[in-house]
Design a protein around this ligand. Structure first.
Ligand code: NAD
Length: 492
């Protein structure tokens, strides 16, 4: 058997071997090939990276914003050049289709592009003559060392919701990718290495809980950006706050969508099939509960069942495949056990995606699209994030009942409405308790110049990732009140 590479960390501008005693296999979830081993870096290794990032901060913050973003312009070019190679790596380690991996990397690049506008975005404001001869200005300054803790489902995109803004604002940064999918950031840091950034400005430390805890407790790390499950998000938020850090923690989701009788059936079905089953349902913006209103019930149920049955499932690198794997054997068993729990609780398994046979990849972690009908509102399966290609159907009589059901949910990442009525759309936009709203949209993912606005259990913090929120998160305001006596200034 060929030797498997243990992935290095990247600290102070150099690739360094980790001294970790424990490593995990990084496995292609379709073929089960072991791609590499990821080290679970110790607290001492994280502390070393934090010390280098802290040392680099003093000089980096003095580089003018126009100079800092020049590195990002270069990074954008390198990302475009290596776009397909990085997308392929995402598919290899994460299991999604190549088209989905490309879509994810497009979003990553867009965040670099937006962060190139920092010279304008981080400007403050001023007021002349707040009293006679006295002026007041607000300026934004960087915080220091920042850290990013990422989940497995978007190994390329999610670090880019934060990292370009952090460094463009004059901070230094440590990225801790998910230990399940560390290869994509290895590729990205290969490009970062070519930028000739001052050493220590951007660092990569692989690891899991011990590494995260070291980030949360480190006195010099001033801000933490986390994306992952809600239970870990809550933990990270409280432990980061306990050591005086800023934290923005994006959590899990259970996204409801409402289908009204006046919705365009074929468009709605196509969009919702992509939303529920795209990325094998491992998307924090996946539709997971579809609520039909009145007469939408029968036609939508039939149409979405046909769409679920006909989705082409297979290896993400193969031509024509529309849906890949879930991330692991453990994840496959968890998703399948939730399907059984739904059935045990009285839901009808209209389309059953358990234990599929995907020719050529019989050992792969595949679950086919699954539809559960007549799921009981308020039941455990209606409230729990399954994070797999499972769509639950519920049926109500009025839009008011449907919106009330949406608002009962504990998560608030996304809610969508399918309709041709402007009045219904406005009512929904106004009343729905979620931070990302779609009207005839199935994955209401904000562009890089809007905040990724989760609410309720889907977000802990106040400033979200991306756009102007990221600039505010990665800077602290300083207000200066100044007077220059005229007699004194006339001497010069
Ligand atoms: P996860 O919470 O298991 O892991 C996320 C990160 O936290 C990883 O880097 C991991 O190493 C670390 N971690 C895990 N357990 C920890 C612990 N006990 N203590 C400290 N650190 C720990 O999440 P995941 O399974 O990688 O990702 C899937 C989850 O992420 C889903 O719930 C999904 O909805 C959510 N997600 C949310 C968004 C969003 O924008 N709201 C986006 C993508 C994914």
């Amino acid at each position: 058997m060929a030797a498997v590479n243990v992935l290095p960390n990247y600290v102070k501008g150099k690739w360094v071997a980790s001294a970790a005693s424990e490593t995990l296999d990084v496995v292609n979830p379709a073929t089960l090939e072991c791609l590499a081993q990821v080290p679970l870096s110790s607290a001492a290794e994280l502390n070393q990276a934090a010390a280098e990032a802290q040392a680099a901060f003093a000089e980096w913050r003095r580089v003018p914003a126009t100079g800092r973003v020049r590195y990002l312009f270069h990074l954008r070019e390198l990302l475009e050049q290596q776009f397909d190679d990085i997308a392929r790596t995402i598919t290899l380690e994460c299991g999604k289709t190549l088209a989905e991996s490309r879509g994810e990397m497009r979003r990553a690049v867009e965040n670099v592009e937006v962060a190139c506008g920092i010279p304008m975005m981080m400007q403050g404001y001023n007021a002349e003559d707040i009293a006679r001869g006295i002026d007041e200005i607000m300026i934004r300054q960087p915080l220091g060392v920042t850290a990013i803790i990422a989940p497995f489902n978007f190994p390329g995109m999610i670090p880019f919701w934060f990292m370009p803004y952090a460094i463009a604002c004059g901070n230094t940064c440590i990225v801790k990718p998910s230990e399940k999918v560390p290869l994509t950031m290895q590729k990205v840091f290969g490009l970062i290495h070519q930028l000739d950034l001052p050493a220590g400005v951007v660092n990569l430390v692989n690891g899991a809980k011990e590494t995260v805890d070291a980030i949360l407790d480190h006195p010099d790390i001033r801000a933490v950006s986390f994306v992952g499950s809600s239970s870990v998000a809550r933990y990270v938020y409280s432990r980061a706050a306990a050591s005086g850090k800023r934290a923005q923690c994006q959590g899990g989701a259970k996204n409801p969508v409402i289908v009204l009788p006046d919705a365009d059936l074929s468009m709605t079905t196509r969009i919702l099939s992509d939303s529920a089953f795209g990325c094998a349902g491992q998307r924090c913006l996946a539709a997971s509960v579809a609520i039909t209103v009145g007469e939408a019930r029968k036609p939508f149920t039939e149409a979405i069942a046909t769409a679920a049955e006909s989705r082409v499932v297979g290896y993400g690198l193969d031509e024509g495949v529309q849906m890949g794997t879930v991330i692991s054997e453990q994840s496959k068993s968890r998703v399948e056990s939730w399907i059984q729990k739904g059935a045990d609780a009285g839901a009808k398994v209209l389309v059953d995606g358990r234990n599929p046979n995907v020719s050529g990849y019989e050992q792969g972690h595949f679950v086919r699209p699954t539809l559960l009908d007549d799921v009981e509102p308020g039941s455990e399966i209606a409230a729990t994030e399954i994070f797999g290609p499972v769509l639950s159907l519920m049926h109500l009589d009025t839009i008011d009942e449907a919106i009330a059901l949406v608002n009962q949910g504990t998560y608030g990442n996304m809610a969508c409405l399918f309709t041709s009525s402007g009045a219904a759309a406005r009512k929904f936009r106004y009343e729905a308790e979620a931070g990302n709203i779609g009207i005839n949209i199935g994955v209401a993912a904000p562009m890089a110049f809007f905040p990724f606005s989760g609410w309720k259990e889907s977000f802990f913090g106040d400033l979200h990732g991306q756009g102007q929120h990221a600039v505010e998160f990665f800077t602290q305001t300083k207000v200066v009140v100044e007077r220059w006596p005229q007699e004194w200034s006339r001497q010069f």
